[in-house]
Design a protein around this ligand. Structure first.
Ligand SMILES: NC(=O)c1ccc[n+]([C@@H]2O[C@H](COP(=O)([O-])OP(=O)(O)OC[C@H]3O[C@@H](n4cnc5c(N)ncnc54)[C@H](OP(=O)(O)O)[C@@H]3O)[C@@H](O)[C@H]2O)c1
Length: 348
């Protein structure tokens, strides 16, 4: 199963909106084939694995697969039937698929045709598709809050001007973090101060993260990179309608409403965006902390102190204090910076 997990990881963000899945075929105590889900719309891991052996080789073999095989005909034929037709004797599943279209039905299909099915689960399996699992178990996105901050928890030293904090290694890592989320959100003053691109520049993605910004009116986004750069979709979550609403290119959507964190999570759920990365600023983070809608926290910590009036990572004097507990916490040195990752107690 460890080998199947390694295979699954080769898919990476390219498999979205599908999960990462790996498969290994074993016969006579030997690994005879390995495969994985390469990209959304491509062969599933089981099929990728089975196509690399002859029909005779597959008969009587054991298939290790990190996720329950699907049982429906979608972009590709049902994997459970492909396994049955191949004469596989035993299937070892890493986890059941929480997506309601499968949810135990793939396992039951195999059992109904006399295939032995067992389960070998563990943290490595669960972590493969943390966002996917969360989304289909809770019907809302996994939400990560991210900051680049100083040792004393500050994210900006001068109002109205962008501060540079992270060095190259941390910047590259934060691009990886983006690539593993399906939507990225910032607040209005981050838009006006930083004019961020909110894109993944490490590699081309078939489904780059969707860019979301909370704004009072859409006019504030005119000329900003998130609307002039066509490489990803942008959603302006506006409080009020504006004459500028209809002035944007086709990849820019304006939606008017009361954009609380819960409403933003609902929007993500409606569109199937399984994970949301909230990148600041300080007031937007405070709203998410107050709402309790936080599964993970990631800080890139630069060894500096800004003290005084510099902007804290989370602040809104209108909001009551909140207490959220996080564990486990890991700390990694990235060049001159530290990366701290913490998961909400009970979610990881
Ligand atoms: N180092 C980092 O990691 C990092 C990351 C991001 C940003 N920053 C810095 O953080 C600063 C900006 O942070 P900030 O706290 O001042 O602002 P912010 O969190 O980016 O934006 C929050 C503001 O957005 C407004 N807003 C507009 N429309 C809204 C809507 N529909 N729903 C909710 N809020 C809406 C709110 O204005 P109202 O007051 O009218 O409610 C709120 O005060 C910038 O200096 C930026 O450079 C640093």
């Amino acid at each position: 199963m460890q080998l199947a997990v390694q295979q699954a990881l080769r898919g990476g963000p390219a498999t979205y909106q599908n999960p990462q899945v790996g498969a290994v075929l074993v016969k006579g105590g030997r690994v005879i084939s390995q495969g994985y889900h390469h990209r959304f719309g491509g062969n599933h891991a089981e099929v990728d694995c089975l196509t690399k052996v002859s029909p005779q080789q597959a008969v009587g073999a054991t298939l290790y697969v990190t996720l329950e095989p699907c049982c429906h005909v979608g972009k590709t034929p049902a994997c459970s039937q492909r396994i049955i037709q191949a004469g596989i004797k035993h299937v070892v599943i890493g986890q059941l698929d929480p997506h309601k279209i499968v949810a135990g039905k793939g396992r039951d299909d195999l059992l109904a045709y006399g295939v032995e099915v067992t389960q070998e689960s563990g943290a490595a399996i669960e972590n493969l598709n943390r966002h996917y699992n969360w989304f289909y178990r809770h019907q809302r996105p996994w939400i990560t809050l991210k900051t680049a901050q100083t040792l004393d928890g500050k994210i900006n030293d001068q109002v109205g001007k962008r501060s540079r904090l992270s060095q190259e290694a941390a910047q590259r890592d934060s691009q990886q973090l983006r690539s593993h989320h399906h939507a990225i959100l910032v607040g209005e003053r981050t838009l006006t101060t930083d004019d961020p691109q909110l894109t993944v520049r490490l590699r081309a993605l078939a489904h780059p993260p969707v860019r979301l910004v909370t704004v009072n009116r859409s006019a504030v986004a005119v000329g900003k990179q998130i609307v002039t750069d066509p490489s990803a979709e942008t959603w302006l979550l506006a409080r009020q309608a504006d004459a500028a609403d209809s002035s944007f290119a086709a990849n820019v959507h304006v939606v008017v409403g009361d954009w609380t964190p819960a409403a933003i999570a609902d929007l993500c759920a409606q569109h199937g965006w399984q994970s949301l990365l909230v990148e600041g600023g300080s007031h937007l983070q405070a709203q998410f902390v107050a709402s309790g809608l936080v599964e993970a926290w990631v800080s890139y910590i630069s060894p500096q102190l800004w003290g005084g009036t510099a902007l804290p990572a989370v602040a809104d004097s209108k909001l009551a204090p909140t207490s959220l507990q996080f564990e486990p916490v890991t700390v990694t040195q990235l060049g001159a910076d530290l990366r701290l990752v913490a998961y909400r107690t009970g979610v990881a």
